[in-house]
Design a protein around this ligand. Structure first.
Ligand code: MG
Length: 285
């Protein structure tokens, strides 16, 4: 979500509520599996979106992106961003090509509870430096998963995510941030993937019951982004590629639960393949 200037404390969720969120999270994970299976050279991004819309409908889930208010309401159930597109790409007649890097973001509400996740999907084989970008973004998200139960304040986690990205030679986008999530997709608090004076001032304490959509956006070049004339698609200003990955994460008395994990992988965020030769999908099982 767009970084805002208003800060409010988070709401905490009960164990019972987390069980319900997990059902929603499983559905989002399955929707992304459909995207992974479909995202091949020659496929149009709109075809992927239509498949996800059909999937949500068949499970009586409400897609949360379609109709999302803006200058024009968002027209689709997924955000499909390719290459230099950072987030909020609109599914359309664009044909995916070998070597493209697709980012898929989607969220739904099921039985009153929301979940939100994004993955990066290389189309065929991508350039090694792009694969490294995918890997580093996945590692930044993994750092959040690992550090959440160990730290007292969010800024301690965010600074580690940012440091990893920067020491890898990349930049964290600062114009957009993660968010609390529950009955609504966008709840308090704002969850920046970086630390600055403002975010330090509005830091929040890490405690059981917090549910956060953590979503690092990592640029190969400069951190600057801009929106296109379609009012939604955000691209890097320098035209270099960007990777966005996201999980909905719950802090419990026992640690972190990945609400949007693939089924059968409750708290086991799969490590990203180290090899550059094989296609890499962050958040893939
Ligand atoms: Mg999100």
């Amino acid at each position: 979500m767009v970084r805002a200037t208003q800060y409010k404390p988070p709401e905490l969720k009960s164990a019972r509520e987390l069980v319900l969120m997990r059902e929603s999270g499983k559905l989002v994970a399955r929707a992304l599996q459909i995207c992974r299976d479909m995202a091949k050279p020659g496929v149009k991004t709109i075809e992927i979106d239509q498949a996800v819309e059909k999937f949500y409908k068949s499970h009586d889930a409400t897609p949360l992106f379609k109709g999302y208010p803006g200058k024009v309401p968002f027209p689709a159930v997924t955000c499909l961003s390719v290459n230099e597109e950072v987030v909020h790409g609109i599914p359309k007649a664009r044909v995916l090509r070998e070597g493209d890097l697709l980012k898929v973001d989607t969220a739904c509400r099921l039985n009153g509870w929301c979940a939100d996740r994004a993955i990066a999907i290389p189309i065929g084989t991508i350039r090694p430096e792009w694969a490294r970008l995918v890997r580093v973004a996945g590692e930044a998200l993994q750092i959040a998963i690992d550090e959440l139960p160990r730290r007292k304040w969010w800024s301690e986690v965010a600074s580690r995510m940012q440091k990893h990205v920067e020491t890898s030679g990349f930049r964290m986008v600062e114009a957009y941030v993660g968010h609390g999530i529950g009955r609504n997709m966008h709840e308090n608090p704002q969850v920046p993937n970086f630390v600055d004076r403002d975010t330090r001032k509005h830091d929040f304490r890490l405690e059981a019951g917090l549910v956060l959509a953590v979503e690092p956006m990592v640029n190969m070049g400069k951190a600057d982004v801009k929106a296109l004339g379609d009012h939604w698609t955000v691209v890097t200003k320098d035209g270099l590629p960007s990777v966005h990955v996201e999980h909905t994460l719950a802090l419990t008395p026992h640690g972190v639960e990945i609400i949007t994990a693939d089924e059968g992988a409750f708290d086991d965020f799969p490590p990203v393949a180290a090899s550059h030769a094989a296609p890499v999908a962050v958040g893939a099982s």
